[in-house]
Design a binder for this molecule. Structure first.
Ligand code: NAP
Length: 233
């Protein structure tokens, strides 16, 4: 029986690359976002419109059984702390944490019908490594890391829960930070591996965690060109 995954946010960036990777492995994918028609149009995929900030989770659109889900929405609201308003913290909290909670609650009955299901969430390198201007997003993503470990404990042994903490990744979300050759070169230079991620780098690790890592749960995996773990001098 082929696997069926849910991706929240497959219309862009890492979620779109993850959809392509899972379909190439023979899986079926249901995906949700505000513009699902922008997702890669591949056999075995079904897109459903959902605005997580405005509408109830569309549980009726899910298949009876899900073998995994990935929650991809996230923000990069970078500002000096003095300029960050409470609304900025609330917005990052809703997009990064509450949207994941709503999706997990909505998908859980279907995930529980799988013999071995898996959940993939997204943090950022800026949680374990302090970076200026990241207070709002890092605070929300820190909560996502806590959610990952708590649910990994609570949902074991049937459902594994992991997260990826990427560094800058070449997607529409990071366009402002990587939108020219100069910016891209400067960003790559700050990393021990002298590169930033492309969406496929992250998607391949995501597909591995979802589909092929039966002994991995409660982990936050850095996909960050060495930024959090390596010092070159
Ligand atoms: N890119 C980076 O540099 C980077 C770095 C560190 C961490 N991350 C994390 O990695 C994850 C994926 O990032 P990405 O760069 O692939 O982001 P992206 O290109 O902005 O894609 C985000 C996806 O989420 C969906 N989405 C956003 N708001 C939504 C809403 N209100 N309702 C429903 N769907 C919504 C978008 O679809 P619609 O627009 O169609 O709704 C899109 O498919 C995020 O959690 C991000 O925080 C990214």
């Amino acid at each position: 029986m082929s696997k069926h995954y849910l991706i929240v946010g497959a219309s862009s960036g890492i979620g779109a690359a993850l959809l392509e990777t899972l379909v190439a492995q023979g899986a079926a994918v249901t995906h949700l976002s505000r513009a699902p028609e922008r997702a890669p149009d591949l056999p075995g995929t079904t897109g459903v419109r959902w605005d997580l900030q405005a509408e109830p989770f569309p549980a009726d659109a899910l298949p009876d059984r899900l073998d995994g889900m990935a929650y991809c929405p996230g923000g990069i609201r970078l500002k000096p702390f003095e300029r960050l308003k409470e609304q900025d913290f609330n917005a990052e909290w809703e997009l990064n944490l509450l949207g994941a909670v709503r999706s997990l609650k909505g998908a859980l009955p279907a995930l529980k019908r799988s013999e071995a299901a898996s959940v993939l969430l997204f943090s950022t390198v800026a949680v374990q490594t302090g970076m200026p201007f990241h207070a709002a997003v890092a605070a929300a993503k820190g909560a996502v890391e806590g959610l990952t470990r708590s649910l990994a404990a609570e949902l074991a042994p049937r459902i594994r829960v992991n997260a990826i903490a990427p560094t800058l990744t070449d997607t529409p979300l990071a366009e402002r930070l990587l939108g020219s050759d100069d910016k891209r070169r400067a960003a790559a230079e700050r990393h021990p591996l002298k590169r930033v991620n492309d969406a496929q780098d992250v998607a391949r690790t995501g597909a591995w965690l979802l589909a092929d890592a039966p002994s991995v749960t409660g982990q936050v995996i850095a996909v960050d060109a060495g930024l959090s773990g390596v010092r070159l001098f």
